[in-house]
Unconditional design. Structure first.
Ligand SMILES: [Zn+2]
Length: 286
């Protein structure tokens, strides 16, 4: 497999990008089941990219239902070491306007129904370092491309990941604001955690569509407006993918690439051999 494949996880529309040469569609199977959909392999500026729509083509999988273990494992099995994920988010801060872009640096986990949020368990214990949940190297690499498009960009914001599928209550939205969080979605977890466990560099490009529900003086929000914001954000995301993919450098020396080297706690003789065999499919160097 090509070692330089870049992984793109995004919304349903992101795999159809004008001017991008599609090489093949791959149906993957993993020890953790099937990913959200087939994976589109494309060539962008001579670099292979693997596109995976998080909610399936046509958007039929709830955030709660996404098999993130299979998604991350499938990309790793295709030789992906760097993932740029895209997500629509709600803004929790006045200064983060709809249509602004955000590269968050932190996460607050408010999910509560996400089985399969670790590759470990079942007789093999490991604890990944997750103090900085995103790859700092990848975040810095992506930043200038967003700035160069004249988009308003916010770095170093905290992303709240809620369970959904209903949006927050106003009291919850105000609570998250009081915590200093900047944006909210339903998609970054367990995806980011599993990427770290799989030793993949992972960063998320977030695109604000609305002011969540805390902003009560923002009464003129319409479905048209939100859809308009989504479409504008998606057009920018597609252009960004074409620019970012050829610029990624593989990150061979990045911390993420050896994140699990000393993380397994279970003595070799005590490891469940079946679980260990599954883990070795994505972490052969452990
Ligand atoms: Zn990294």
């Amino acid at each position: 497999m090509d070692k330089a494949t870049v992984g793109i996880i995004g919304g349903s529309g992101l795999y159809e990008i004008e001017g991008v040469e599609v090489l093949e569609e791959i149906k993957m199977d993993t020890p953790w089941g099937l990913p959200s959909d087939s994976i589109t392999i494309a060539s962008i500026g001579g670099v292979r990219a693997a596109f995976l729509p998080r909610h399936g083509r046509g958007h039929f999988i709830l955030p709660t239902e996404v098999n993130s273990r299979a998604n991350i494992a499938a990309l790793k099995m295709l030789g992906v070491h760097e993932i740029v994920a895209f997500s629509a988010v709600g803004s929790l801060k006045e200064e983060i306007h709809p249509r602004d872009f955000i590269i968050p640096s932190q996460i607050i986990d408010r999910t509560k129904d996400r089985p399969g949020s670790s590759f470990f368990g079942d007789g093999v214990v490991a604890h990944a370092s997750f103090a900085d949940p995103f790859c700092g190297r990848l975040r810095k690499l992506i930043e200038p491309f967003i700035a160069a498009r004249g988009l308003r960009l916010h770095m170093d914001e905290t992303l709240v990941c809620m369970e959904g599928p209903a949006f927050s209550t106003r009291a919850e939205s105000r609570l998250y604001r009081s915590w200093g969080a900047g944006i909210i979605n339903m998609s970054v977890l367990p995806e980011a955690k599993l990427a770290r466990e799989a030793e993949i560099c992972y960063a998320m490009v977030c695109m604000a569509t609305d002011y969540d529900c805390w902003k009560t003086d923002h009464a003129d929000v319409t479905v048209d407006m939100v859809v308009g914001n989504l479409n504008a954000n998606s057009a920018h995301a597609k252009a960004l993918i074409k620019e970012i993919v050829p610029a990624l450098d593989g990150g061979e020396d990045c911390f993420c690439r050896s994140a699990m080297r000393y993380a397994v706690m279970t003595a070799p003789a005590k490891r469940n051999p079946e679980t260990w065999a599954k883990i070795k499919t994505i972490l052969p160097e452990l």
